[in-house]
Write a protein that binds this ligand. Sequence first.
Ligand code: FE2
Length: 228
Amino acid sequence: MSSLTDIHSHILPFMDDGADSVEMSIHMLEIMKEQGVERVVATPHFYPHKEKNVKSFLEKRQNSYEKLMSSDPPISDILLGAEVSVEKDISDLENINLLAIQNTDLFLFELQYKSFSDWMLEEIDNISTAYKLTSVIAHIHRYIPFYTKPDFEKVLQSDSVFQVNAEAFGNFRESHFVKKLIKNDFPLAFGSDSHNLSDRKPNWSLLKKKLNQSEIDKAMALFESHLK
Ligand SMILES: [Fe+2]
């Protein structure tokens, strides 16, 4: 059994619509620890149109991380990353590569909750190619209401890792979709995408209940193969 890494979380305090205090961050990490998580990737939202620039976002993230670490969190293996919203021309943004997940070649992209357009994959491909990164598409099942079957085919044919939120297993349609990805051997990564202690709290127990250990282990091994 491999150790669990949560690849998508909003545990950093004061960054986005996730944890709004250090206490909340600590409590979220306590729940994750109880659920067997040993490593957490902190992925605060990065919306290019809202941020001044990448460097100022990284400073904000570093301050948040230091506040959390000075409170002795129950999980200390925290890698810094970001959930980068795919907007037009993001690949031209200075220092965009610095938003890759620390100590890995992985880069978490969030697609928009609207109809698919080819430019989205072009932006992702531009960044991955220019900086030799592997794209991770956040919560692939959340685009079901917006994408047609051919749209999904294009996204799934991209050279990416597909991230799945634990919550997918609480929804019939999403769970069916994810099971098909597992059956067809798509490269997957799992995360809680937890934001708080109420409606979006860490929920690894659900994922562990619905998947075989070998299916979980496979995704964890994939993540570890991208660690530097
Ligand atoms: Fe997220």
